[in-house]
Every structure is written in structure tokens, then in C-alpha cells.
Design a protein around this ligand. Structure first.
Ligand code: KIV
Length: 270
């Protein structure tokens, strides 16, 4: 008999996990094969992050990622995921121009991409958009702290909310995102005590990246933890494998076999 397919993770499950004290596990995925593997590993949420601009497209920032590029990857990840919740990042300028445009673009990520939710960056300036999307039935994950789409305004990928004033503002914006309807919020590169205060004051889950151990869940960029990204890594990343090195070795072995005439084996050359 075939085993029962796993019960898919749904948006409300994340809040229930917070209430039970069960940590949420989120990793980025950009294609169907990676999505299948991470899903098999029991990852709860697959984020099709706009980090794809850096790790897949080879850009310096996430800014060049377009709606078309994002849709292409969201479709692939949605095909590969069986249990995990698929969340699509809204690319730069896909939600900042107007709430109407944001609604159309978010709708495409669900309707054409197969995602279950979208993520967008920022606090007060995006509250109208968050309300508009959630009113239309589109679940929204917020993202505060280091918001990479504002890298030029921030002057680099530096930690945020170090001062009391900035920390207080972040806490206020997290509250406002929850009130506007966000179902979860990513906290990136902020001090652990600030992330803890936000986590304790929200009823929706917080998912940290470089934000200490007190968040309700953790997210990292999959290419970083697998050792597949050759650029510089943020200090909070833990590398769980060195797959890049394995791939180089495997490619070298293949090249050597081809050059020495060992592949394909003689009987298959015909
Ligand atoms: O784009 C991304 O991968 C992200 C995560 C790092 C949270 O936003």
C-alpha cells in the first residue's frame, strides 16, 4: 500500500505552532528539485526569496529580480512542494507603486505561481498594501529589520535596530503589521533581545534570520547552509554541508573520465 501523502502546512498552522511552542522551519528554494528535497526533509515553509537575484542570477543585490523571474521560480517550487507552505517574495517595485498594482502582482504569484502566500518588506509604508492583500484573501508575511530591497538607502547589508529608538520603532511597526493582517513576520539582522520583545508582544509568529534564538521560527538561505554560494556569507549563517566542493570534485571526476576515454564505458560507445 502507498503511504498516505503528508498533510500540507497551511497558513493558520503557523500561528498554531507558535501557540504550541513548536518552532517553524523555513528555508529558501528556487527550483522544483530543491523544493522536493527540502519538503522530504520536513521543512515547514519554502520561501521563494528574492535572494534568488544573488544566489541564482549572480547579481550584487535583490533589486534586479522582476515579477517574471519570480513567477518562473515560484511555479517551479510549487511543482516540487507537497507538504511545505510555499511563500513567494514580492520583488522590488512590485508592491511599492500602488496598492492596486500590489494586489495584481500578489494575485499572479498565487494564481499563476501556485504560492499560498506572499512576503513583502517594510513597516509603516506598506500597511495599506498589507490590508488590501489580506482583504482580498492573500496571506501576507512581513519582513522587518534589514530589508535588502532598501540596501542603498540603508548604506549596505548592515544589522538594524541597534539603538533604542530604532528598536522601539521596529516593535511598533511589527504591531502595526499584525493589526493590518500579516500572518507572520521575518525579523532580519536585529539584536536577539529586540527579536525576543517583538516575539513576546505579537500573537503572529516571528521568523528570525540573524535575530537570535527567541523567534518562533528560523529561516536561512538554502544555498548558504549547503555551501553552494561562493559569495561572502553573513556571520550568523551555519553551513551544514559543503555541497559546492562535492560538485566541483564530481565535475572534475567526470571531466577526467571523458578526457581519459573512461566515460562512456567501451561497450556503450558503439
Ligand atoms: O530573499 C530571501 O531569501 C529572504 C530571506 C533571507 C528571509 O528574504
Amino acid at each position: 500500500m502507498m503511504p498516505e501523502p503528508p498533510r500540507p502546512v497551511r497558513v493558520p498552522d503557523l500561528k498554531a505552532m507558535k501557540q504550541r511552542g513548536q518552532k517553524i522551519v523555513m528555508l529558501t528554494a528556487y527550483d522544483a528539485s530543491m523544493a522536493r528535497l527540502l519538503d522530504r526533509a520536513g521543512v515547514d515553509v519554502l520561501l521563494v526569496g528574492d535572494s534568488l537575484g544573488m544566489v541564482i542570477m549572480g547579481c550584487e543585490t535583490t533589486l534586479p529580480v522582476t515579477m517574471e523571474a519570480m513567477l518562473h521560480h515560484v511555479q517551479a517550487v510549487s511543482r516540487g512542494a507537497r507538504r511545505a507552505l510555499v511563500v513567494a517574495d514580492m520583488p522590488f517595485l512590485s508592491y511599492q507603486v500602488s496598492a492596486e498594482e500590489a494586489l495584481r502582482n500578489a494575485g499572479r504569484l498565487l494564481q499563476q505561481g501556485g504560492a499560498a502566500a506572499v512576503k513583502l518588506e517594510g513597516g509603516r509604508p506598506v500597511l495599506d498594501v498589507v490590508r488590501r492583500l489580506t482583504d482580498a484573501g492573500i496571506p501576507v508575511m512581513g519582513h522587518l529589520g534589514l530589508v535588502p530591497q532598501s540596501v542603498h538607502k540603508l548604506g549596505g547589508f548592515r544589522p538594524r535596530a541597534r539603538s533604542e529608538r530604532e528598536a522601539a520603532q521596529l516593535l511598533e511597526e511589527a504591531r502595526e503589521l499584525e493589526t493590518a493582517g500579516a500572518f507572520a513576520v521575518v525579523l532580519e539582522s536585529i539584536p536577539a533581545h529586540v527579536a525576543r520583545a517583538v516575539t513576546e508582544c505579537l500573537s503572529i509568529p516571528t521568523i528570525g534570520i540573524g535575530a537570535g534564538p527567541h523567534c518562533d521560527g528560523q529561516v536561512l538561505v538554502s544555498y548558504d547552509i549547503f555551501g553552494l554560494y561562493e559569495g561572502s556569507l553573513p556571520p550568523f549563517v551555519k553551513q551544514y554541508a559543503r555541497l559546492g566542493e562535492l560538485m566541483v570534485e564530481a565535475a572534475r571526476a567526470f571531466a577526467e573520465d571523458v578526457r581519459q576515454g573512461r566515460f562512456p564505458p567501451a561497450e556503450e560507445r558503439a
